[in-house]
Write a protein that binds this ligand. Structure first.
Ligand SMILES: [Zn+2]
Length: 175
């Protein structure tokens, strides 16, 4: 395949930097009721899914990570993701939840996956650990590589995003 020319790359970069920053809020500015909407699943049960677009939290990036309705709200104990010193992530909140995404990577707008991390061990209580067949792969922003925003497993089709490592559309999706 032909490589893009330098001119094309520069034009793409210019288009990116002129993109207006989306109006977003941090996780701790919103309540669970603000963030979720009740959705019927295939199984007939009601699930809480994200009512707003999810964005990369890095100032100046703002890539769309997930569309409304693509993530299921899941509560879990804190301390699953490693601390990321120097990152723009807030200190871990006491309310800890995750967006559970099935069928990744195609369920996402923009997401990158790290190489399988042989050294990573998630705590036993982390969602997915009991069923995982492979090594941890960290979720990172596909545009700026910020991460980890969440985790997945080698060979798996599920992923989990930390609710407090994302930003949210200021307004919920209009019905
Ligand atoms: Zn980003």
């Amino acid at each position: 395949m032909a490589q893009p020319t330098q001119k094309a790359l520069l034009a793409a970069l210019a288009a990116q930097s002129s993109r207006p920053a989306p109006a977003t809020k941090a996780f701790n500015e919103l309540t669970t009721a603000d963030l979720t909407t009740s959705t019927s699943t295939d199984a007939g049960a009601d699930a809480l899914t994200n009512s707003r677009k999810l964005y990369c939290p890095r100032g100046g990036c703002g890539a769309v990570i997930l569309q409304p309705g693509a993530g299921e709200w899941l509560e879990a104990e804190p301390g699953i993701l490693p601390a990321a010193p120097g990152s723009p992530f807030p200190a871990e909140s006491t309310t800890v939840g995750y967006w559970y995404v099935r069928g990744s990577p195609f369920a996402f707008d923009n997401i990158g996956f790290s190489r399988p991390d042989a050294a990573a061990a998630l705590p036993d209580y982390a969602p997915g650990v009991a069923e995982a067949g492979g090594k941890v792969k960290w979720l990172i922003c596909a545009e700026c590589d910020l991460g980890p925003l969440g985790w997945s497993f080698e060979g798996g089709s599920e992923a989990w995003l930390a609710v407090d490592r994302l930003r949210y559309a200021a307004e919920p999706k209009k019905a």
